[in-house]
Design a protein around this ligand. Sequence first.
Ligand code: DX5
Ligand code: ZN
Length: 224
Amino acid sequence: MTFDRSVKIAPSILSADFANFGKECEAIEAQGADWVHVDVMDGHFVPNITFGPDTCKAIRPHIKGVMDVHLMIAPVDPFIEAFAAAGADFITAHVEAGPHIHRTLQAIRASGAKAGVALNPGTPASALDSVMDMVDLVCVMTVNPGFGGQKFIPLEGKIAAIREMIGDREIHIEIDGGVTPVTAPGCVGAGADVLVAGSAVFKGGSVDNPEVYGENIRAIRNAI
Ligand code: DX5
Ligand code: ZN
């Protein structure tokens, strides 16, 4: 997978039909999704529970492209191997999930997956100072993690600061939370190249009516 900074749309299956994950992954890819964003939540690091490695393993055959696994769990390290074995292309851990982000990122890369680090809205960009050469992706949370459909927290200044810190390193900047055709342009303008969108992509559609997913994806793409 060669690195390029062209804008990618990564629908989050948190907003998909939980009874039809495989079909939903196939539908969003057929309708133009670039990556599939998989939100893993443990009810401890965030106030919601979704699914784990076995669900990732089950949906992997239904995803042709990138499976982008966002771990909103603590601790992270005991589960890295399982998500890598499930076929995750990117495994992203929160810097707030524990005291040893350096060791976690080493373990993610050692597992064969690409390493991502996520920052909650209240965490400054400076938290990345010591790990910039250990990651392939920085995920900037623009909502407090746990749920889809929340209001976008404007953090374009933080995104621009992170873009500056990255320089010419091959590191993606992913925006996660409240991304819509209205909020996407500011994020891309500030330097983001991966846009996670759950409710903005899945709203109004279904596995029986996937064309709506395509319309929603195109609305974001046309806005940027
Ligand atoms: C929130 C998740 C996000 C969320 C995005 O904790 O990390 O990926 O699913 O959903 P929307 O796009 O609806 O804000
Ligand atoms: Zn996410």
